[in-house]
Design a protein around this ligand. Structure first.
Ligand code: SF4
Length: 85
């Protein structure tokens, strides 16, 4: 039985979804600079469809969500594919 538990642990780890990485934002920077960090700022965001044209899940990168995350925990999830024209 113990051997089965040892074998199944890595499988369990592989199937668990990792939580999204969020970066800490210094309060001075948040207040001083206009952050260009959300899907609404990105060239790949369709305002009409309210979705990423690449098909990425934009839920964690929408402005309202990022502002909420910052206000609750001082962190935001930045999308590494964000582009600005
Ligand atoms: S590339 Fe990233 S930031 Fe840009 S719309 Fe898609 S999910 Fe949002």
């Amino acid at each position: 039985m113990e051997a089965m538990e040892k074998k199944s642990a890595p499988t369990q780890l592989r199937t668990q979804r990792a939580s999204i990485k969020k970066d800490t934002i210094h309060p001075k920077e948040y207040q001083r600079y206009p952050l260009v960090s959300s899907c609404e700022d990105c060239s790949h965001f369709s305002e009409r469809q309210k979705a990423c044209t690449f098909g990425y899940n934009s839920a964690n990168h929408l402005r309202n969500r990022q502002n909420h995350d910052y206000e609750v925990g001082g962190k935001m999830a930045f999308c590494r594919f964000l582009e600005i024209d």
